[in-house]
Design a protein around this ligand. Structure first.
Ligand SMILES: Cc1ncc(COP(=O)(O)O)c(C=O)c1O
Length: 497
């Protein structure tokens, strides 16, 4: 057995639990089991099963040390652009675990879950108010599933009017889930390039728009961190062409409380609750991606959904009971209760003015990064930006350092790297999203670290970067090293060339 003294959580290596065991030691004093050999016959085990032997404190220390090696939003600044890693207020966590909420079962009788249904309904009302949309489907388990729901509703609406179409237009800056969703719904995808301002190229968009277009899937603010200035014109053109306007609302956190997507002419938008309403990303299980729908799409909302009448709240679960023409059921039950509780707690504790402030602070923080790093790095587009700021690898030109190397060196400075190589509209993208909860002091220390590294890269110290990270339990994965070596090709005679 290996014994440790002191806090090994701070040290780099943590042996596997199997490398630390004391055979026979156990944290639990089990009663001797009744012999079961007669009943098991030939299946009876005749040797030890090889579980590691540990006392309870040693087992706890092992797992605690492992947990300390994780970098998370609770341990440091996490400027991952597009993915929005934002603080999960503990108040929300506490409420989600309350007895009567944390232990709900989806098959409980309706009379015992009236409060829960009321809560889902209240959350839905907030989302409708904030987006200015008449309907919302709550059950989807992630943004990507919300996209699927929205595009299925669009498809159903087009088929219902006897006008099935084949094409979906998607800007090149879109998240990969957009084209994937359109393709899964049976559509061909046509990519619209970005113009020099990082927005949809309106001229190219007009060229592609025609009677075969079912929808545009546009992200606003887009993944370059920019507001699509032509969005009203785009909406009008889309509707004139008889198509629908799907908005990827992943970046709603930049405009919540300031702009209502319904006022922009949007027909359908998913909301990643983790990005805008601070639920944990994934939440220890599936997340939540409610979809708001315009009047023409509302009848196609999926089952089940919550309705209230004089007798309280109930669920519409079957097509025959629905008012419209539901696209069916996309999830076993009615959504992620824990996420609704957290999101509603966030909305209610902030209030509508507080949510507006959230968006303003998120935008302010991103613009602070742009203002302070604009001279050091290479901003991809002219500012101001929205909630995230995009740089490309121009500042690394001729240094021998890549975006990946730069990001790895940032880990040694104690920061989680920004999003790299996305969006694809620029070369070697570095996309930073500070979120609204970061203090000026945190942003300043990040800025100082980035500036220091940029200076080092330009001073010709490329090896420092290609060797990074040095201070992590594991260094780079082999794939990055392999990418630097000449490619070896296998030949049948056994020799490599
Ligand atoms: C712009 C955009 N669209 C869609 C998604 C997909 O959302 P989810 O990860 O919740 O499925 C993301 C996720 O980060 C995103 O950034």
């Amino acid at each position: 057995m290996t014994t440790f003294t002191g806090n090994r959580g701070l040290q780099l290596e943590e042996p596997l639990i199997f490398e630390q065991d004391t055979p026979g030691l156990s944290g639990v004093d089990w009663e001797e089991p009744e012999p079961a050999g007669d009943r098991l016959g030939g299946l009876a085990r005749d040797g030890a099963i090889g579980l590691p032997g540990f006392s309870e404190p040693e087992a706890i220390r092992h797992y605690t040390r492992l947990s300390q090696k994780n970098y998370g939003i609770d341990s440091g600044f996490y400027p991952l652009g597009s993915c929005t890693m934002k603080h999960n207020p503990r108040l929300n966590e506490k409420l989600a675990r309350l007895t009567g909420i944390g232990d709900l079962h989806p098959l409980q009788p309706l009379s015992t879950v009236q409060g829960a249904l009321e809560l889902i309904d209240a959350c839905a009302e907030w989302l409708k108010t904030l987006t200015g949309m008449p309907a919302v489907a709550m059950s989807m388990a992630a943004g990507a599933q919300g996209e699927l729901c929205g595009m299925m509703a669009i498809r159903a609406a087009l088929e219902d009017r006897g006008d099935p179409r084949r094409l979906v237009l998607i800007p090149e800056s879109a998240h990969g889930t957009n084209p994937a969703t359109a393709a899964i719904c049976g559509y061909e995808v046509d990519t619209i390039p970005a113009d020099g301002r990082g927005r949809v190229d309106l001229a190219r968009f007009k060229e592609r728009l025609g009677p075969d277009v079912a929808a545009i899937m546009l992200t606003n603010p887009n993944t370059c961190g920019l507001f699509e200035n032509d969005i009203l014109d785009i909406a009008e053109l889309v509707h004139q062409a008889g198509a629908f306007f799907y908005c990827d609302g992943a970046n709603f956190n930049a405009i919540v409380g300031r702009v209502r997507p319904g006022d922009l002419g949007i027909d359908c938008m998913h909301i990643n609750l983790h990005k805008t309403f601070s639920t944990p990303h994934g939440g220890g299980g599936p997340g939540s991606g409610p979809v708001v729908l315009s009047e023409p799409l509302a009848p196609f909302a999926p089952l089940p959904y919550v309705v209230s009448d004089g007798d309280g709240f109930r669920l519409v679960e079957h097509e025959g009971d629905a008012d419209g023409k539901p696209i069916g059921r996309l999830k076993a039950f009615h959504g992620q209760m824990g996420m609704f509780v957290r999101a509603l707690a966030y909305m209610m504790s902030h209030g509508s003015d507080g949510l507006r402030q959230v968006a303003e602070d998120a935008v302010l923080n991103a613009n602070y990064l742009l203002a302070c790093l604009g001279d050091t790095l290479s901003p991809s587009f002219a500012g101001p930006c929205m909630h995230e700021v995009l740089f490309d690898d121009g500042f690394l030109e001729d240094t021998g350092v890549t975006t990946l190397d730069f990001a790895k060196a940032l880990i040694d400075e104690g920061f989680h790297p920004m999003t790299m190589y996305f969006p694809l509209v620029v070369h070697g993208a570095l996309l930073m999203e500070p979120t609204e909860t970061e203090s000026k002091a945190t942003l300043d220390s990040f800025i100082a670290a980035v500036k220091g590294l940029a200076e080092r890269a330009r001073a010709g110290d490329a090896e420092y970067f290609t060797d990074a990270p040095r201070l992590t339990p594991r260094r780079r994965l082999d794939e990055t090293r392999a990418a630097r070596k000449p490619v070896l090709r296998w030949r049948p005679d056994g020799a490599d060339d």
